[in-house]
Design a protein around this ligand. Structure first.
Ligand code: GSH
Length: 209
């Protein structure tokens, strides 16, 4: 298997941490987004969405989308489950993960991509060019404030995103919080519960990747 990664980008980091947690052997290929290596005809043939992460299997199948890649990896290596230990937990993890992506990750992406000068015509990833909408950047920042406030409330009475164990939802939340720093949004100091969780998960060896 080949994992198309970009060491500086948040979406492939979710997969990188997942791979490390599961201790799966994959060949990693670095795709330098800054140099536009994802826009080449060779990469487009593998992923018409022009995004990382991407997983290429031995039989040539290519799997795009971080969530789909993590699901596949969980299926081929179920030990140390990260998508839930039973059906109910699996549904709870899926729900939490989706919410993080919609409320946190998309908000950070909105804020970053609509305000960064180098992304003037690249306000969305993918094959189409979209111009920036400054109001979306402002709304993204506001949504991030609410996202962090919601997590602080969640961790008042929860050890992890779901139940008492580290799941793929914790990976997504951690990566999202680190992504938010790109637009200068950090966890407020007085958010004791969120800071406690963040410290716990970010000291895992996988999360240092
Ligand atoms: N929904 C996709 C999002 C992937 C994505 O946004 N990747 C970014 C890097 S974090 C990318 O490839 N950007 C290329 C670009 O900006 O042109 C996933 O979860 O895999």
């Amino acid at each position: 298997m080949k994992f198309y990664d970009c060491s500086t980008a948040p979406s492939p980091r979710r997969v990188r941490i997942f791979i490390a947690e599961k201790n799966i052997d994959v060949e990693t290929i670095e795709v330098n987004l800054m140099k536009g290596e994802h826009l080449t005809p060779e990469y487009k043939a593998k992923n018409p969405n022009l995004e990382v992460p991407l997983l290429e299997l031995e039989n040539g199948t290519t799997i795009a989308q971080a969530n789909a890649i993590c699901r596949y990896l969980e299926d081929i290596k179920p030990e140390n489950p990260l998508h839930g230990r039973d059906s109910i937990e699996s549904a709870l993890v899926d729900g939490a993960n989706t919410k993080i992506m919609l409320d946190g990750f998309m908000a950070a992406a909105e804020a970053f991509r609509n305000s960064t000068p180098g992304m003037k015509n690249r306000a969305m990833p993918g094959p189409h060019n979209y111009s920036q909408i400054p109001e979306l950047a402002q709304r993204g920042l506001l949504r991030l404030d609410n996202f962090l406030a919601g997590l602080e409330i969640h961790f008042e009475s929860n050890e992890y995103m779901v139940n008492d164990y580290f799941s793929v939802a914790d990976i997504s939340a951690l990566v999202c919080i680190d992504f938010a720093k790109w637009v200068k949004k950090t966890i407020p100091e007085d958010y004791e519960n969120l800071n406690r969780w963040y410290k716990t998960v970010s000291t895992r060896p996988s999360c240092k990747l």
